[in-house]
Design a protein around this ligand. Structure first.
Ligand SMILES: [Zn+2]
Length: 452
């Protein structure tokens, strides 16, 4: 079957697909708490009329994962399409131009709503690709497995993590695509081959409270935290150097592919500090203090202060040396006891460190040797009429569950939407981008599963 025939078939059902996506956006799956089952039921309904086998795995309170298969045969090549059903909270609704659950269509071109980019458009496009292949009844040798997951926005343990360990465990995976939004505006579409980890650390200072009229006899926990913050950059010296998966020069080359020539690329690099900071984030671990709270009353010296440190390790970088570095600076440079050093006697001044989340980064080592990935690249270039770029993600998604521990290292991220509008107010998706993603997913699956 030709690419043109696929495109014609998909264009013909455009209105149905746009309505399906709107229904997904309108189905509340804000996480926390999740409620992903609302979305799973809409997908099941959509796939039902062409006899696609769909399984829903419920858990918790109205939460669920979903798996659907093109056929019952898992002996040939298996292609996995993964997309998350949950979305982040919309924030204050009145800040939005249109209500976040409205899925309002503007000028027939743009759909607004929470999750439109991240990633109900990618999720819908994958479900549609599966349906298109089923409708066309193409006698394929392999199988397409569509996995709609919960829990991605809260680190994926109950979603992709659970699915890999349970229903997908016995199924061999030859290639996987996660449909996250990979438009890195102002750059063209990216095909993501690696992503950073995510470490969230709570730092708690425990001081001694007292009356604020006699501060000298107390130990102010906010001042303690302030001393730690002043010294925080020392972590950079204490953490052992970790090699980035792709070095700076190579990253620049990967970026330059999308510009007409090297001079233009170098000029853009100089003019756009955002690109330089993106590159720096991809070759170093980063840290940012993101929350702080302390104090109970204006005339009480606080005996407690808590700050949240958000750290993004490189793929392959161990988490433990980072937490050890933090403890070292608190102990040696600031001079406070760190709680797990010894038992702290009552009334003692100390600092407590809690690891809230530790998600590893991941990287597909051999992506440059893959013919299938090259096929994917060429297809994206054809459908999007522009060269995409291979790149890394400074954030993190669910690929670590697939890539690490060897389940499916050959996992990429590619999907409709722009990463910049993800999690933002007035999140939206261009219908053109959504339609193109359907074509890429459907045609790639057809080509991949036709090959012996
Ligand atoms: Zn996402």
């Amino acid at each position: 079957m030709s690419v043109e025939k696929f495109i014609a078939k998909i264009e013909q059902d455009k209105e149905i697909y746009v309505e399906f996506l709107r229904t997904l956006i309108q189905s509340d799956s804000v996480n926390p708490p999740g409620n992903e089952k609302n979305v799973a039921l809409v997908i099941e309904e959509f796939l039902k009329d062409v006899n696609i086998k769909t399984e829903i795995f419920p858990f918790g309170n109205n939460r669920a994962n979903l798996i659907a298969y093109l056929n019952e045969n898992f002996e040939g090549k298996n292609l996995l399409y993964n997309g998350h059903m949950d979305v982040v909270p919309p924030g204050f609704e009145k800040d939005w131009k249109y209500p976040p659950l409205s899925a309002l269509v503007k000028r027939n071109k743009i759909i607004y709503g929470r999750g439109s980019s991240d990633m109900k458009s990618g999720l819908a496009a994958m479900a549609i690709a599966l349906k298109v292949l089923k409708e066309l009844d193409l006698n394929l040798t392999g199988n397409l497995i569509f996995n709609a997951v919960a829990d991605e926005e809260t680190h994926g343990k109950f979603g992709t993590g659970w699915c890999i360990d349970n229903p997908l465990k016995s199924i061999n995976c030859d290639f996987a695509v996660i449909g996250e939004p990979t438009g890195l505006n102002p750059l063209p579409k990216a095909i993501i081959v690696g992503e950073k980890g995510h470490l969230i650390i709570k730092i708690r200072t425990h001081g001694i409270s007292g009356h604020s009229s006699m501060p000298a006899i107390s130990e102010n926990a906010i001042y303690m935290m302030s001393k730690i913050i002043e010294n925080l950059d020392k972590i950079d010296e204490y953490v052992p150097k970790s090699e980035p998966p792709i070095k700076l020069e190579k990253l620049k080359k990967l970026l330059a592919v999308t510009f007409p020539n090297e001079n233009i690329f170098n000029r853009i690099l100089e003019e756009q500090p955002e690109i330089e900071s993106l590159l720096q984030a991809l070759i170093n671990f980063t840290k940012a203090l993101t929350m702080i709270k302390g104090g109970i009353k204006e005339n009480v010296i606080p005996d407690f202060c808590e700050a949240v440190l958000d750290v993004r390790p490189l793929p392959g970088q161990q988490v433990e040396p980072i937490t050890e570095a933090l403890k070292k600076l608190i102990r040696d440079d600031v001079g406070y006891l760190v709680k797990d050093d010894s038992t702290i006697p009552p009334g003692e001044v100390f600092v407590e460190i809690e690891i809230v989340t530790a998600t590893e980064g991941s990287y597909w080592q051999k992506w440059e040797e893959s013919d299938e990935l090259n096929d994917f690249y060429e297809l994206v270039e054809t459908i999007y009429e522009k060269k995409p770029l291979y790149f890394l993600l400074p954030g993190s998604a669910d690929s670590q569950y697939l890539r690490n521990d060897g389940y499916c290292p050959q996992t990429i991220l590619f999907g409709p939407g722009k990463s910049r509008v993800a999690h933002a107010i007035d999140e939206h998706i261009e219908i053109l981008d959504f339609m193109r993603a359907i074509k890429v997913y459907a045609i790639f699956a057809y080509k991949f599963l036709s090959k012996k």
